[in-house]
Design a binder for this molecule. Structure first.
Ligand SMILES: Cc1ncc(COP(=O)(O)OP(=O)(O)O)c(N)n1
Ligand code: TZP
Length: 175
């Protein structure tokens, strides 16, 4: 799944991504903006704690669209679940320079969130080819995957970095 985060030219970016994705089976989810997700026919939306609550997003988007919510506490996870979210994104697991964060939640907190979560959890923040095995080490059943930005887009060859990371991840899931 791709999450489109571009804030400027968001609509053009989103429409192009949805067009490209029509020919693949990769869902396209728009960060923060339910209006853009609806307007460009995206597969869903990812919401932060200060964005439109998932309950309202669900009313607007209907039952078929994907809704993800960023959560750092079990209370937030429970609310996302009750509001009708499909998954939660939790992090930043490790320090990252991609986004200003107060502090990283760390692996033990991530696993505690996963253990208490009725929803699939996607770990985000500072995850890359050198630490992804460690992140997936404990693999509580609700830890469904990782989301990355710099691990791919700060690399000289994005395709190569994507293939390498995907290989590491499938090795873990197939072991
Ligand atoms: C999987 C996943 N998790 C978290 C985020 C961050 O979204 P959000 O909390 O809305 O933060 P900002 O958009 O303000 O950076 C995400 N996009 N995906
Ligand atoms: C969007 C977001 N939410 C929490 S950390 C983060 C940025 C993750 O970027 P990177 O994979 O480069 O650390």
């Amino acid at each position: 799944m791709f999450i489109i985060r571009q804030e400027s030219h968001a609509m053009q970016e989103a429409v192009s991504c949805v067009e490209v994705a029509k020919h693949s089976r990769i869902p396209i989810v728009i960060n923060d903006r339910v209006d853009i997700a609806m307007a460009c026919g995206a597969d869903g939306v990812h919401l932060g704690q200060s964005d439109l609550p998932a309950r309202q997003a669900r009313m607007l988007l209907g039952s078929d669209k994907i809704i993800g919510v960023s959560c750092q506490t079990l209370e937030q996870v429970q609310k996302a679940y009750e509001d009708g979210a499909d998954y939660v994104g939790s992090g930043a697991v490790f320090p990252t320079t991609t986004k200003k964060i107060n502090s990283a939640i760390g692996l033990e907190h991530l696993y505690a969130l996963c253990r208490g979560s009725p929803l699939p959890v996607v770990a985000i923040g500072g995850i890359n080819a050198s630490n992804v095995k460690e992140v997936l080490r404990e693999r509580p059943s609700t830890l469904h995957g990782v989301a990355v930005i710099s691990a791919l887009f700060d690399q000289p060859d994005v395709c190569k970095a994507t293939q390498e990371l995907a290989e590491i991840i499938s090795d873990v899931f197939n072991s």
